[in-house]
Design a protein around this ligand. Structure first.
Ligand code: NAD
Length: 494
C-alpha cells in the first residue's frame, strides 16, 4: 500500500474509492487529524462482494488444508507482535484510548489469532453410528461462503479479529467494514494478510458510512453470513435485512450489565473492581458493569467510597502518562451521554459525582467525567438504557432472590458480575443470571477459548471458543451406503 488514500482492499489490490471520495479521521482526545482514508461507494462494495464470491467459488482458500489455514493465522499473530507499536499507536489515535490500553488490546488480538490458528484443524466433524455396518455416516463442517462483517469503534481491531480469525480458519471469503471513525487498524491487519500471501479475493476491505457501505453487507444476495458487532438499533436493521435473504446472522449487541455486590464480599476487591467494571476505558465496553446492585446493609458506605474513588480518576489523551481513562468517541456521542444522564436525574436518580465534561484541560476532546447516579429504580431510563459512557447507576437489594430478579430485569443479557465470599451464593446466582458471561469475584477478563455473546437483546450466536469457529461453518451430513442395493419400496410391475 503506497497511496494512503488507496485504502480499500478489493480482489487483492489496494484501490481508492471509485468516486475519489475520502474521509478525514481525527483523534477524539484532541481532534488532531490522524489520517485520510478512502470512502467507498456502493459500486466499490459490490465489487468487493463479487470478488469474495469468485474467490470462494474457486475454492482457492477453502481447499487449502485446514492446518495451512491455521499456520497463516499463527503468522498473523507473530506479525501483530512484531508490529505491535505501530498497531497500538494507530488504535490509540483513532479511538483516543490510552496507549497502554491499546497495547493490551494488541496482546488480546494476538491471542485470538493464535487460538483460531491452533484449532483450525481440530474441527474434523464426527462419525455417527448408523446402526448398519454398510453405512458410513459423518457430519462435516463446510465453510459457509462469503461473510459480511461490520464492526464498531470501541475495540476496532479486537472485534474485527473475533470475526476475521475464525472466518479464515474455516476457509471462507469475507468483506469487512470497520466503523467509519476508527478504520486504521483494520487497514493494517489487511496489510498483514496481503503480505502473508492470502489469495486475492479472500479478504476484502471497504470503508465508510454504515448506511451506504455497511447495509449491502447484510442484504446482498451473494452474502451468506452477516456478522455484526454494534448497537441494538443497527443490529435490528441488519437482522431485518438478513432475514429477507434468509442469511445466517451473528449479532453482538449492547449490554446493561449488572454488577451484584453481596455484603459478605471482599470489600476492597469489590470496590476496586466496581470502579474498573464501570469506568475502565470510559465505560466504552459492551460488557461494562455500569449497573451496580449492592446489598442494602453495606450500600451507603460502598457508594460513598465509590464516589470518593471516582473523584480521583484522571482523564486524558492516549499519550498522557497520568491519564487513567480517555474520551468518548465524538461530540454526538457525548451529547447522547449528557442527555442520558439528564434524563436519569429527571426520573429521580441522585447525581453523586460527574455529569460534566471535565476541566479546561479537556476542552479539545470529547471527555465525560466518571459519573455515579444513586437512588435509582429499575424503571429509571439510566438503568433501562445502555448509556455507553462512564456512568454507574446504583440500585440496592436485601435478599438473594431480589438481587437475581433485579439483575435479570433488563432486555439485555451480555455480562454481569457477582461478588460474595459464599460459594453457594456464587454458584446459585451465577447460574440464574440470564447473561452470556458471568464473572464471580472479578470483572472483565475473558478468554479466547471461552464463548462470548449475549442472551436476549444482546445478540444472537457466539464469538470465540469452539462455537466461534462453528459459526463460520455449515454442518453437512454425508451418508454413504457402501453396499448399494435395491430397496424394493416401489416393486417392479413389469
Ligand atoms: P453502531 O451500531 O452505531 O455501529 C456499528 C457499525 O455498524 C459501524 O461500522 C457502523 O458504520 C455500522 N452501521 C451503521 N448503520 C448501519 C446499517 N444500516 N447497516 C450496516 N451497518 C451499519 O455501534 P457503535 O456506536 O459503533 O458501537 C457501540 C455499540 O456496539 C454499543 O452498543 C456496544 O455495546 C456494542 N458492542 C457490542 C459488543 C459485543 O461483544 N456484544 C462489543 C463491542 C461493542
Amino acid at each position: 500500500m503506497t497511496d494512503p488514500t488507496a485504502t480499500l482492499y478489493i480482489d487483492g489490490a489496494w484501490v481508492p474509492s471509485s468516486t475519489g471520495e475520502t474521509r478525514t479521521v481525527t483523534c477524539p482526545a484532541d481532534q488532531r487529524e490522524v489520517g485520510v482514508v478512502s470512502e467507498a461507494s456502493g459500486e466499490d462494495v459490490e465489487r468487493a462482494i463479487l470478488a469474495a464470491r469468485r474467490a470462494f467459488e474457486s475454492r482457492v482458500w477453502a481447499d487449502e488444508p485446514a492446518s495451512a489455514r491455521g499456520d497463516l493465522l499463527l503468522k498473523v499473530a507473530d506479525q501483530l507482535q512484531e508490529r505491535k507499536d505501530e498497531f497500538a499507536r494507530a488504535e490509540a489515535l483513532d479511538t483516543g484510548k490510552r496507549l497502554v490500553e491499546a497495547e493490551g488490546d494488541m496482546d488480546d488480538i494476538t491471542a485470538c489469532f493464535r487460538y483460531f490458528g491452533k484449532i483450525a484443524d481440530q474441527h474434523p466433524g464426527r462419525l455417527i453410528d448408523a446402526g448398519d455396518d454398510s453405512v458410513i455416516s459423518r457430519v462435516v463442517h463446510e465453510p459457509i461462503g462469503v461473510c459480511g462483517m461490520i464492526t464498531p469503534w470501541n475495540f476496532p481491531l479486537l472485534q474485527a479479529s473475533w470475526k476475521i480469525a475464525p472466518a479464515i480458519a474455516a476457509g471462507n471469503s469475507f468483506v469487512i467494514k470497520p466503523a467509519e471513525l476508527t478504520p486504521h487498524t483494520t487497514v493494517l491487519i489487511i496489510d498483514v494478510l496481503d503480505r502473508l500471501g492470502l489469495p486475492a479475493g479472500v479478504a476484502n476491505l471497504v470503508l465508510g458510512d454504515g448506511g451506504v457501505v455497511g447495509a449491502p453487507l447484510s442484504s446482498h444476495p451473494e452474502i451468506d453470513l452477516v456478522s455484526f458487532t454494534g448497537g441494538l438499533v443497527t443490529g435490528r436493521k441488519i437482522a431485518g435485512a438478513a432475514a429477507q435473504g434468509i442469511k445466517k446472522v451473528a449479532l453482538e449487541l449492547g449490554g446493561k450489565n449488572p454488577n451484584v455486590v453481596f455484603a459478605d464480599a471482599d470489600y476492597e476487591a469489590a470496590l476496586d473492581n466496581a470502579l474498573n467494571a464501570g469506568f475502565m476505558d470510559s465505560g466504552l465496553l459492551c460488557s461494562a458493569g455500569t449497573r451496580l446492585i449492592v446489598q442494602d446493609t453495606i450500600a451507603e458506605r460502598f457508594v460513598d467510597d465509590l464516589v470518593a474513588r471516582a473523584e480521583g480518576i484522571v482523564m486524558g489523551g492516549p499519550f498522557d502518562q497520568k491519564a487513567e481513562t480517555g474520551p468518548l468517541i465524538s461530540q454526538q456521542h457525548r451529547d447522547k451521554v449528557t442527555d442520558y444522564v439528564r434524563r436519569g436525574v429527571e426520573a429521580g436518580a441522585r447525581l453523586r459525582i460527574g455529569g460534566h465534561w471535565g476541566g479546561p484541560e479537556h476542552e479539545q476532546g470529547f471527555f465525560y467525567a466518571p459519573t455515579v447516579l444513586d437512588r435509582c429504580t429499575s424503571e429509571n431510563p439510566a438503568v433501562v438504557e445502555e448509556g455507553f459512557g462512564p456512568v454507574i447507576t446504583v440500585e440496592t437489594f436485601s435478599t438473594e432472590a431480589e438481587a437475581i430478579a433485579i439483575a435479570n430485569d433488563t432486555e439485555y443479557g451480555l455480562a454481569g458480575g457477582v461478588w460474595t465470599s459464599d460459594s453457594g451464593t456464587a454458584n446459585r446466582v451465577s447460574r440464574r443470571l440470564r447473561h452470556g458471561t458471568i464473572w464471580v469475584n472479578d470483572y472483565h477478563p475473558y478468554l479466547p477459548q471461552a464463548e462470548w455473546g449475549g442472551f436476549k437483546m444482546s445478540g444472537v450466536g457466539r464469538e470465540l471458543g469452539a462455537t466461534g469457529l462453528e459459526e463460520y461453518t455449515e454442518a453437512k451430513h454425508i451418508y454413504e451406503n457402501t453396499e448399494p442395493a435395491v430397496t424394493g419400496w416401489f416393486p417392479r410391475t413389469s
